[in-house]
Design a protein around this ligand. Structure first.
Ligand SMILES: [Zn+2]
Length: 325
């Protein structure tokens, strides 16, 4: 697996991998069978449904559906957390919501961060209900088109008709009432430069976005590990009943936070040690994974992607050039 990671990839595909916005499609399968997401809603708390994606990388088979999306029935309508990887996904999500909660309008859509699997379904919702902190809006405006282009290359026809649409509502309050339900909003970061965490104050369900991964290796293309650790601590002390992570099953013990923190701590320390020892990037990629992480989904490839993302930056940080400026 290790030495064959990039086998069969074209130069362009390798460059896409190095760019870090998505996994490499050439390492996966190359035939899409059908373009139907077959979304299913799982009620994880009273009136709260998760739409679980797979815990894989983006592939032509899964159409980018590797993400957890959620919707909540509130007295006067429905609140949606994240919108999936494509317009087609957004349409399937709307149909699922209508089937599950018939006749109720979607009143609010939150985007937890600007990664493509979380917001590229935005365009099927009314623009004036899609909300995020200003930094997420800015990130989508500056990077969204590039993400969408990359997703087209990775999952192909699933993306047809998809456009990057940024939220129009800039959140800044610590709470908001939507359709008769109060939500608490936490403005965190670390997985990206802005990560929104939402708590439904009625049920105690916390939607962590990608600050928490559960039994799936975290992705780190835009990570600041130290800040991410602080954010995990902030989530850990919240009054809550349940966490829905961005990837993986729901978690009622907080284990997803501990697991994510443990992995990031190991990753960060390993990269610093490897840099200090003068290992090359390829040598760092071959470091053994601790046994406790080997069962995490896609950990082997995600670890290598993280080495790519983090190694050059760490080399610069830890071994600054001694040349005069
Ligand atoms: Zn993400």
């Amino acid at each position: 697996m290790t030495s064959s990671l990039l086998e069969g990839c074209s130069r362009r595909q390798v460059l896409q991998l190095l760019a870090g916005s998505a996994a490499c499609a050439c390492c996966g399968s190359v035939h899409a069978n059908k373009l139907a997401y077959d979304l299913a809603a799982t009620e994880i708390a009273s009136g709260t449904w998760a739409v679980h994606g797979s815990t894989e990388h983006f592939t032509l088979e899964n159409g980018g559906n590797i993400v957890n999306v959620a919707f909540i029935e509130v007295p006067d309508g429905v609140v949606v957390v994240d919108t999936g990887p494509s317009r087609r996904y957004g349409e399937a999500l709307l149909q699922l919501i209508e089937k599950t909660v018939p006749g109720k309008p979607v009143l609010r859509v939150y985007n937890t961060h600007h990664h493509p699997d979380h917001f590229l379904g935005n365009q099927v919702f009314k623009e004036n209900i899609v909300a995020a902190p200003q930094q997420i809006i800015d990130n989508i405006l500056s990077e969204g088109d590039g993400f969408a282009d990359n997703m087209y290359r990775l999952v192909g026809d699933w993306m047809r008709g998809t456009a990057s649409i940024a939220p129009t509502v800039a959140l800044q309050d610590s709470t908001e009432e939507v359709g008769g339900r109060k939500f608490s909003l936490f403005y965190l970061s670390g997985h990206t430069s802005s990560d929104l965490v939402i708590r439904d104050d009625e049920t105690g369900v916390v939607f962590s976005g990608d600050l928490a991964f559960y039994n799936r290796a975290p992705t780190t293309p835009h990570a600041d590990i130290n800040i991410w650790q602080e954010s995990l601590q902030s989530i850990a002390v919240l009054d809550r009943e349940l966490i829905l992570p961005g990837h993986g099953l729901q978690d009622n013990t907080g284990e997803s936070l501990e697991q994510t923190s443990d992995y990031l701590n190991w990753l960060h320390t390993s990269m610093q040690d490897a840099t200090g020892l003068g290992l090359t990037m390829n040598e760092a990629m071959e470091l053994p994974l601790p046994a406790r992480f080997r069962s995490l989904d896609v950990v082997e490839t995600e670890y290598k992607r993280s080495v790519v993302h983090m190694y050059l930056a760490l080399e610069d940080e830890l071994m600054p050039l001694l040349e005069p400026k």
